[in-house]
Ligand binder design. Structure first.
Ligand SMILES: [Zn+2]
Length: 314
């Protein structure tokens, strides 16, 4: 497995834990969005199961099957998209996890069970999981991967060891992306403007679509700065399937502006200064709106309209 460079520090912590004989029974991996921390789950399972001299050897049958997703004791639980329209992990799935972990492992080397994203567990699922965490099987490991740990109940968080994967350095990510997909070398900075410093999300993105969204956001910010934003038209145009991405992009672009203003420099061609206090308030509200969108059906045009009016007033 070619480990993403920004995961090296976290990977070293896991290797250290294994050498000390202390791979945790429950681990909460808090990853910055789009950093591909699932590789850490693969590494964890390889460290646990490897039969080579220097785990993870990457060559033995355990290491290879874990990487290929074919090891019976390496289990990944994700939202059941067929049953849950909202992309939640259900209580039924959580109970199945409990049953899996109550049985002994297939190959006698323990079980590594991954929940990703862990914040997709609804309340009932989290409660069911809590029972499993309270009575762990000695050779079982539960890994919770999330970029929003605050969405998990405190009772679950407190039972897990934490491993943090911070957002990598922007320059390093741009370099990495330029190596992976050189044809978009000149586009990557603008892609990251929308997606944030989220290398895997950028690599998998439809670059043309992201660039179009970036232009839209720029137009909205300029329109708002000049007080000539057609709020209702934009709100309806934005309310489609790209909405979460657009809101995240707006958050990221607005954050960049705030940071630039703080640093005392101005972007070439930037509009008038925005009001710092209202911009910060707007940012918080955008974050809240995105969380609501993830949770429930919402009158989207209306919700977006409300935010755009605030932006206009900022
Ligand atoms: Zn191995």
């Amino acid at each position: 497995m070619k480990l993403h460079p920004w995961l090296r520090a976290a990977a070293a912590q896991l290797s250290g834990a294994r050498e000390a004989g202390r791979l945790p029974p429950a681990l909460l991996v808090h990853e910055a969005p789009g950093t591909g921390a699932r590789q850490l789950a693969v590494l964890f399972a390889q460290l646990r199961f490897c039969s080579g001299d220097r785990p993870p050897c990457g060559q033995c049958s355990h290491c290879r099957r874990v990487e290929q997703g074919e090891h019976p004791d390496f289990i990944i639980v994700e939202p059941d998209t067929e049953k849950s329209r909202l992309g939640q992990i259900s209580v039924t799935q959580a109970r199945e996890i409990g049953q899996q972990l109550a049985l002994s492992s297939y190959e006698g080397r323990g079980t590594v069970l991954v929940i990703q994203p862990a914040d997709a567990m609804n309340r009932n699922a989290a409660n069911a999981l809590l029972k499993t965490l309270e009575e762990p099987r000695p050779d079982a490991h539960l890994l919770l991967l999330t970029s929003m740990p605050s969405q998990l109940p405190a009772t679950i968080r407190s039972r897990c060891q934490k491993l943090t994967v911070p957002a990598p350095d922007r320059a390093a990510v741009l370099e990495w992306l330029a190596t992976e997909r050189p044809q978009h070398r000149n586009d990557w900075p603008r892609v990251l403007d929308v997606l944030g410093v989220a290398p895997l999300a950028a690599l998998e993105a439809d670059v043309g679509r992201i660039l179009a969204i970036r232009e839209d956001i720029e137009r909205v910010l300029e329109g708002a700065a000049q007080g000539r934003l057609d709020v209702i038209r934009v709100a309806h145009g934005w309310a489609g399937e790209d909405l979460p991405l657009r809101l995240a992009g707006l958050e990221n672009c607005l954050t960049d502006r705030i940071l630039t203003m703080r640093a005392g420099s101005r972007l070439p061609g930037a509009g008038r200064d925005i009001n710092m206090a209202s911009a910060l308030r707007l940012l918080a509200e955008l974050g809240e709106l995105r969380r609501q969108l993830a949770e429930a059906a919402l009158n989207r045009p209306l919700a977006v309209e409300r935010q755009l009016w605030r932006l206009q007033g900022a």
